[in-house]
Design a binder for this molecule. Structure first.
Ligand code: SAJ
Length: 430
């Protein structure tokens, strides 16, 4: 079919993987006027979407219900419906294996279904974060094995997902969309599809450039967070307030961007993505030293926090063992409910191993059972605060009243500078 189908929205578009990336994209395509088929392997997710019920915070059920009722979005587990599509976006997870090697099995499973059911002219777009070369080395041969020719009777491109869950300002619709194709015709069609539904498209010359763009973006964060965490360790040894240093440095109106130390690096992007790049670099004989070093520094922070907790208790003739320690905030970053790779999990496990009587309060996380920790959310009662020998702030949540915690608490170890500028003998900081 011609490229016009992506300009007049007459194309039938598909999205594989209806999570925090795929579902918002599917709704944007439907709202742009396309008929969208969403594919997922989880029955409940598919059923909920077809009832107009969103399982993604950033997608209001009202918006989802509207396009479902209008007949412009349907969800299914039946991948044979790919045969009805003119384009398909792959938005599946790309985790790391325990060995820190990329796990592209979800991508392979999706591409196998596409190869099985694709019709000539299909535009295939990979969005999952992955190492440079995935699209041309892994996906392209799988699709060419069907006898189709790329750039002629199928089209293939990569476009990094840049979804920032919970960000009220930057959404799927208004975040510039970088896209690079295997051939210019691939790039052109991909840009036409995105351009018909999203505000800004940035075309680049190849899939590898597009793959590398995303890895630079997130490696930039991981390395700079590692730098500032190492600075925090240095300042701790030199009795310098690292938070004051960063705030003063941030007054520089150019050439500086503040990052802040913390208890470690959480989330499903920043701790993971850079290792896709360093893995690929090793395949071509290059050692990505900054990535590896940042990883070492960032993953050391939970141990450092536990050592500082022990030190603070020691100062009042207590040990971790037998002390009541209340952890405030277990999500990996503020004001969300996601605990994936959260450093608070490592810290709680370490404190439990040392015999600490650990409880936690996080208004967004009801239980840590899913993380193998037999703890449920402890309401932040006066008694819970007063009973704690030490209160450890690991994630800043806007709904928590930290002044009340300081007033009633005995020792408060603040790893996020929540109590910025507050002077009290009760406060310890990174
Ligand atoms: N963190 C620090 N110090 C900082 C910034 C972050 O310790 O100065 C920690 C956070 O507490 C968290 C981890 O690093 O544990 C990751 O934080 P993040 O702010 O990078 O948030 P993420 O993981 O949600 O990253 C996402 C990414 N978005 C995509 O990959 C599409 C990232 O590219 C965004 O820049 C980031 O959101 C964002 O800016 O919010």
């Amino acid at each position: 079919m011609s490229i016009e189908q992506f300009k007049d929205q007459s194309a039938r578009v598909g999205v594989i993987g209806l999570g925090y990336v795929g579902l918002p994209l599917a709704v944007e395509f439907a709202e742009a006027g396309y008929h969208v088929i969403g594919f997922d392997v989880v029955d409940d997710k598919v059923a909920g979407i077809n009832r107009g019920e969103s399982h993604i915070k950033d997608v209001p059920s009202s918006a989802l219900d509207a396009v479902v009722k209008a007949g412009r979005l349907e969800a299914t587990t039946d991948f044979s419906k790919i045969s009805e599509l003119n384009s398909v976006n792959i938005c599946v997870p790309t985790p790391l294996r325990k060995t820190k090697d990329p796990d592209v099995s979800y991508i392979v499973a999706a591409v196998e279904e596409i190869a099985k059911h694709m019709k000539p002219g299909l535009l295939v777009l990979l969005e999952s974060t992955t190492y440079p070369g995935t699209t041309d080395e892994l996906i392209l041969p799988m699709l060419e094995a069907t006898g189709h020719t790329v750039g002629e009777d199928f089209f293939l491109a990569f476009s990094p997902e840049r979804v920032d869950p919970g960000n009220p300002t930057y959404t799927t619709k208004n975040i510039p969309k970088v896209v690079g194709g295997i051939t210019p015709a691939c790039t052109e069609r991909a840009a036409a599809l995105y351009g018909s539904a999203l505000e800004t498209v940035v075309s680049v010359s190849s899939t590898r450039v597009a793959e590398m763009v995303k890895l630079l973006e997130n490696t930039f964060r991981s390395v700079n967070i590692g730098l500032v965490n190492e600075l925090a360790l240095m300042c701790d040894s030199m009795d310098i307030d690292v938070w004051e240093v960063i705030d003063a440095a941030a007054t520089k109106p150019f050439g500086f961007m503040p990052f802040y130390p913390g208890p470690g690096l959480g989330g499903h992007c920043i701790p993971i993505d850079p290792f896709y790049l360093s893995w690929k670099a090793r395949q071509v004989g290059f050692e990505a030293r900054f990535i590896e070093l940042a990883g070492q520094v960032n993953s050391f922070m939970p141990q450092h926090v536990v050592a500082k907790v022990a030190e603070a208790l020691n100062d009042v003739e207590k040990s971790v063992k037998g002390s009541n320690i209340l952890v405030l905030g277990v999500a990996y970053k503020n004001d969300i409910d996601d605990v994936r790779e959260s450093p608070a999990i490592d810290i709680i496990n370490e404190l439990l191993d040392l015999g600490g009587k650990v409880t936690y309060h996080d208004p967004y996380v009801a239980s840590l059972a899913g993380e193998g920790i037999a703890l449920d959310n402890q309401e932040l009662t006066d008694d819970a605060i007063k009973k704690a020998d030490l209160i450890l702030i690991t994630t800043r949540h806007g709904v928590t009243d930290y002044d009340r915690v300081l007033e009633m608490g005995s020792i408060v170890f603040d790893t996020r500078n929540v109590l910025k500028g507050v002077q009290s003998p009760k406060i310890r900081r990174l």
